[in-house]
Design a protein around this ligand. Structure first.
Ligand code: ASP
Length: 351
């Protein structure tokens, strides 16, 4: 009788110990990283009000909150980068989804791409005008078609067909983007008074380019990587222009070692095949992620005449956020195995 009670007590004790130790053990062994950007450019303290700065910080923190919760809950990196980029697309502060910049024809043409490092699955849309969340359309291209990239009206017909939310093009407009286009067109006229209007000259395309593209890269608890990028492109871009963001390997890339999302003067990122170049330096060049990122962004990109930045994470959860502009909206959360702490960084300026 007495020994039966003792046995029962022992079993109960073991169950309690199991329930206490397991979560502690799981917590200690899990690791994940999420890195985000909200674009790079001429972002200085001098041209930023305290109120705007607070708003950007809040938006970046909100995106990290969402992603961290998903990663801590064990969700796959692909799901996390899509949902985080969706949130940033819905945030009118950033040049993606609502708040996207305008083309020289006064319209919004959006580009987005997503890539799953686990199996090199990829999807993208380019030049879309009425899909509320282009990043979700990009994911659907990857998962529901045999293609990687759909553009323009074909991409829109597909999005409508599978039931994604569609909006009028004016949904993406904000007062500040309209002002941005007006300034860019005036500037262009000043620089090239005889140029036919409103055709955009390549040099003036960059006017007001400072509020950017959004992107997210993540390493999940299963060790898989994913990348997502979404953008309205560059203010006053010639209509029909497609940037680096939706081009797999240029603005967006993920494999089993590295996930990358870029922001900057897209034409240069395309010519440098930036995201894949970074991944290849790590895979085949045996370079560290930090060195590869610095060499490409701080040396090779400016040497060619371009500028911008990128975010990346490797399979060890190491985050990098190099840029050669005055600022880049950026941040990351990182949980390392063997530690209970989650490191979080949010920053805007160079210093
Ligand atoms: N890379 C984007 C593009 O050229 C612009 C940006 O990053 O802000 O379309």
């Amino acid at each position: 009788m007495q020994s039966n009670a003792l046995k029962r007590l022992l079993v109960i004790g073991m169950v309690i110990l199991w329930n206490v130790l397991c979560p502690v053990w799981a917590q200690r062994t899990t690791s994940y990283t999420l890195v985000i950007h909200g674009g790079a450019g001429t972002i200085t303290r001098a041209n930023m009000s305290a109120e705007m700065e607070r708003a950007y910080h809040q938006s970046l923190q909100r995106a990290l909150d969402l992603g961290e919760k998903m990663l801590a809950g064990g969700l796959p990196a692909l799901e996390v980068v899509e949902k985080v980029v969706r949130l940033l697309e819905d945030d009118s502060l950033f040049n993606a989804g609502k708040g996207a910049v305008l083309t020289n024809a006064g319209e919004h043409e959006l580009d987005a791409a997503i890539m799953d490092g686990k199996n090199l699955g990829a999807g993208s849309v380019a030049g879309v005008k009425t899909i509320k969340n282009p990043i979700s359309a990009a994911r659907a291209v990857m998962e529901k078609t045999e293609h990687v990239m759909l553009s323009g009206s074909g991409a829109e017909a597909f999005a409508r067909q599978i039931g994604l939310e569609m909006v009028p093009n004016s949904y993406f407009s904000t007062e500040s983007r309209r002002r941005g286009l007006k300034r860019a067109l005036e500037e262009e006229k000043k620089n090239t008074p005889n140029a036919p209007q409103p055709a955009a000259g390549i040099s003036s395309v960059r006017v007001d380019w400072k509020y950017g593209t959004v992107g997210a890269v993540a390493l999940d608890q299963q060790g898989n990587l994913a990348a997502a990028t979404s953008t309205g492109g560059m203010t006053n871009k010639r209509y029909g222009r497609i940037g680096d963001a939706p081009l797999i390997g240029a603005g967006t890339y993920a494999d089993s070692l590295v996930a990358v999302s870029c922001t900057g003067w897209g034409e240069f990122f395309i010519r440098m095949v930036m995201a894949k170049s970074l991944a290849d330096r790590v895979r085949f060049g045996n370079q560290s992620l930090v060195k590869a990122g610095d060499e490409l962004i701080q040396i090779a990109l400016p040497a060619l005449g371009g500028d911008g930045g990128l975010i990346a994470v490797d399979r060890n959860g190491e985050p990098i956020m190099p840029f050669c502009t005055e600022g880049m909206y950026r941040g990351y959360v990182r949980k390392e195995a063997g530690s209970d702490k989650v490191k979080r960084v949010v920053a805007i300026y160079k210093d």
